[in-house]
Every structure is written in structure tokens, then in C-alpha cells.
Design a protein around this ligand. Sequence first.
Ligand code: CDP
Ligand code: MG
Length: 677
Amino acid sequence: MSTLTFWKPGTTAPGSSLDRDSQNEGNIVSSAPSYAALSVNAQRERLPIFKHRQKILHCLEQYAVTIVVGQTGCGKTTQIPQYLFESGWAAEGKVIACTQPRRIAATSVAGRVATEVGTILGEEVGYTIRFEDVSDKEKTRILYMTDGMLFRETLIDPLLTRYSVIMIDEAHERSVYTDLLLGVLKKIRRKRPSLRLIVSSATLDAASFLNFFTSGSESSNEATIVSLEGRMHPVEIAYLKEPTTDYVRAAAVTACQIHSQHGPGDVLIFLTGREEIDLCIEHIGELSAGRTRSAQQLVPLPLHAGLTSEEQLSVFETNSDGARKIIVSTNIAEASVTIDGVKFVIDCGFVKIRTYNPTTALASLAVVPISTASATQRAGRAGRTAPGVCYRLYTLSAFEGLVSTITPEIARTDLTVPILQLKALGIDDLMKFEWVTAPPAEAVLRGLEGLFAGGMINEEGGMTVMGEQVAECPVDLSVARMLFKSKELRCGDEVLTIAAMTAVQDIFVIPDGAPGALAELERRKFTASEGDHLTLLNAFNAFLRHGRSSAWCRSHALSFRAMSRGVSIRSQLKKYMERFKLPLESCEGDAKRLRQCLVSGYWRNGARWMPDGSYQSIRDNTVMHVHPTSVLFTRKPQSGWVIFHEVEETKKTQIKIITEIEPDWLLEYGLLYASKH
Ligand code: CDP
Ligand code: MG
């Protein structure tokens, strides 16, 4: 794949591929003033939203709910909370909240806004995401948070009394907690009319939000729409002439083609996940190595949720030496974050989403084709500051076959935990709840079944004591249940560590320059024959024994950041254990008892080894494969049975974080155990 041929519908010579009028391009870039060089205030005033400031503030006074629609990058997320702050909405200790469906958006935007406000992050401006609270109960006035965290807060403070305004940002993404929040907020508004809501959306589905809030309301001042028209530059679209089977490599090749054929402008590549991003950056490195023809440097930068806040920030920095940035990103850059200077977009046409199969009750991460709405949104990222080009790594006919919008997450997710949380909020009749989009009845039923089987609700549908407590825990139902069962199985200390470590991604890494095989050898030092959960436990304990040293992590192919996160999550989950009076007893090396406790959590995720090396799920015989990162990847479990933490759907269905078990434990510690207690 040395070169790729694109063609642009509407351009005269299909196939003439990447050539364009580069003279023109050069002009545009040089005529654009350097945005980053302006003072913070001047930058703020240049944003398209600025001229709508008064209008937005006026609507907020007049209407209960203001729906704001505007192009991505026009300033909704960073500016609206500041406008509110400046005009007194955070007086008398009140807080302005702005929710985000993604953690990385909440953290990066909070950082930016803290700089604009001129405060230290965590003081006037802060953020709260799961397991990470960088805010101050007294000082914080603008709080960015994930939608899941605000929803959880309603369990503690049902009227969300500390907030004067709540902005539900990126509402068009229709994440499950955004939908649940909209429903709950409509209810809260009736009891606390002083609460103001802003719903912001990048696409034009504002009317459905307006209908949602005005239905059943007698007031004519209930909701309004503010449209922030923003100037967008034209974006040319180029399609692949022939489909590709390897879009990761195709993305790297296209980026290098752009680099050698085009004038200045950064490149933004959309891929589906961290592994693809790392691989693509590797390809770009190989392809550009030895190319001295172009004097301009190429700087590939990853952008995904697994990065530290500092690493994330590097994509926003401007290169003074004129180097060309190639930002290789997940869907995060589609709407949640805006990077200035992008003129070329490369779109792989896929996205990784959480899906749920109500028939099998298995939740998984799956890579699926994007919608045309997403494709348009991604292309638009090239036209923010100047005309741009979007290279789609798929054919025009593939584009024409895409769905127009993706189903809201509520209709394709495991509802077990959301239902438990709604019940904890006192919303028992799920049919009466005001859904923006009602979930399929089958998913609701499955959720209720799961809760009953797990001992969270009783036969009448009422909450059990465990159910009430689990609803508050910021972990999956299976992990929560495992924590609660650790009391009887006397292994709270170890289960707490395992619960924390399963919440961390990418613990084992390949250190720079080291061959992969070496990393593999290092990892074997922690390997527990029982499987991945105990391997994680070993790695965690060794990390503590070696004084949490980063040098030690480096020499053992462990990610220091991930391990430190594990320590921090553990101490936060420990507070829940203390609150619920769950003892931190050690199993004293009794791996059997510990694994039995794992089964009491993961009993729904059981699988059986098949002679061809695959596994069959116990629920519905789905064929599954072991993820290559598992210590059981190359080994058959002696008993032939395992439980797993999660499923990932790429080209095949893979199970991750696996532990060998005895099959009769599934009955003893799984279902039967649940109904006994
Ligand atoms: O929310 P919306 O998409 O309307 O825009 P925004 O996220 O508020 O971004 C407004 C401007 O702030 C854009 O020009 C971004 O490039 C800039 N920004 C930044 O420089 N650094 C960040 N961490 C976030 C935003
Ligand atoms: Mg935004």
C-alpha cells in the first residue's frame, strides 16, 4: 500500500486524488492570524459564540430550559459556564455544572477554562469524573463532570440543590446518562423551578429536546432554542476509489501523502481505539523515516482516554517551528474537543461503542460503521479555521450505505445498573419515567431479572439492603456484588484490590525501545496460574512492596500511571467498604476462596473451553475467544471453565480479564447463592 487513490465527487477529474490548488491553500494559512498568540480575552472574544453572549444570558433569565445549538468549536463548552459565572449565577455558594459524556472531555475542558478564568484547576474551576475529583467543595464555582457522576449525585441530593444552572453538554451524543439526566432533571425542575437548564448540542436535533421539555408543561416560558450560527469553511470530501481492508495503515499512508503533497495545516485522523492509534503512529514513523525531502517535521500525537491530562494537552499546543501535527484520535475529537489548525481530516469510517445484546445479556465494546451524521461532523473538523479536505477511507457507495444516525445508547445498553439507580431514586414505575427515548422492553426486563438474580431487588421489585448500597457504588454490578460477598468469603482485602485494578486499563506496557518479547517475559513474573484477576493482584502487591517506584515499573513492563491509578481507585473504593461495614480481611493466600468470591460477582459471565481453543458462553453458547493480553491466551484451563470481566467485539468476540473456576461454583456462588441471600 504505497499510495492510495481518492476521488472527489464534484471535482472534475476523479482519480486525480490528493492534488489540489496548493497555491490557494498557502494564502489561506498565511492570512489567518495566529489565534494562539492572542491574549486570553481576545481569544475568547473571537469565538463565534461571543456575539450571542447577551442573548444566551437573556434566555436563561426568561426560560427554564435553554437549548443551544451550534457548530463544534464555536465555544459552547468553554464559554457558556464562564458567561454564567461572570453574570452572577454562581453567587451565594451556588455551582454551575456542565456535564460531558466523556471523561477526557471533562478534564481537558476544565483545564482550559481554569486557564481562561485565571485560576488553579480544582479551585474556582474543577472537574469530577469517576475516581477522580479535582474540585473544592467550598471554592469551586464551575464544575465540569461526567454525566454519570451528576446522575449519581442525585442519589445523595435528589434535588441537586447546590447547582443554580446545569448544562447538559453534547446532548446530541445521547449517552445513556445524558438521557437519564434529562428525564430526572425534568422531574427535578417541577419541584425546584429555580433550577435552570441548558442543553447543548452540536447537531440540529434541537426540536426533539424542545418537545421533550415542553410536553406536559403549561408554561410558555418552559423552553427555547438558541441557534448560534457559525461560519464554516468549505470542506472537500475525497473517497477511496477501492475499499481498504486495513484502514489503520491506509490512514498512515494518507497522512504521509498529505504531508508530501500539501501546504501547511495539521492532520486529524479518526480511528477507533488506543491499539489502532499506537499502530498507526508506528506506521507513520516507518513511512516517514528516511524521508528528508520535506523539510517540515511530522509530529504524530495520540488522543484517547488512556492519556494523562498533560499528554492530552500536548495536542492543543501550537508548534512554533512550523512542524505538522498529525493527531491520531478516537471519536473524542469528533465533537467533544476542538483542536485548532486542523485542515485535513482522515476518517476511517468506524467507531467503537458499547453495545448490549438483551437476548444474551452480554455487554461488549464493538467496532461499528459510523452514521452519516458522524461522517459529516468528522469532515467538519477540517473546516474550522480555513477551507479543508476530508479523506474518507471508504468508498462513496459505502458512505451511501451508512445509517443516518446511531441509535441512542439507552436503546442498546445493559440497563441493570441504570434501573437500579432509578429505583434508588424512588422511580419504581419505569413505564411512567419520562424517557427521551424509551428503552426496549426486553432490555428493561433483562435488567430487572439481573437485579433479582443478583439479590438487588426482591420479588415485588423493591430494593434490598444490598441493592440500595450497590446503587451508590461507582462500579459495575458484578464488581459491586463481589465486594459485598467478600464479607462472607473473608477476602475483602484482595477483592478490593482486584476491583480497583479491573477499573484500570493497560497495566502491562511495552517500554520504549524494548522488544515485545521482553515485556512478555517480565509479565510472566506476576502471572498467576489461576488467571488474570490474580495476576493483577500480584502486580499490585509487588508495586506496593517496591515502594511504588516508577523505575521499578519501567523495568517490569508495567505502566506506572496505571498502577498509581489502581492505588488511588483502591483507596476510594475502600471508603465505600468502610461505609457499608465490609471488613478488609485477607484470604491469606487461599486462592480458592478468592476465586469463589469472584464467581459470586461474575456469575453471569461464565464460559466453557472448547476443543478448538475458543470458549462458549454459558448463557447462550456464543463463541468467544481469549484476548491476547490474557495469561490464559495460550493455555487451556484445567477445569475447562472460566469467568471473565468483559467482552470486546472487534473482528471476533474476545473476552478480557479471565480466571479459571470450578463449574459447580457457578451454582453454589452464583445464582443459587444469590437467591439464598
Ligand atoms: O463546545 P464547542 O465545541 O462549541 O467549543 P469549545 O470546546 O468551547 O471550544 C472553543 C475554543 O476553545 C476552540 O477554538 C478550541 O480550540 C479552544 N480550546 C482550547 O484551545 N483548548 C482546550 N483544551 C479546549 C478548547
Ligand atoms: Mg463542546
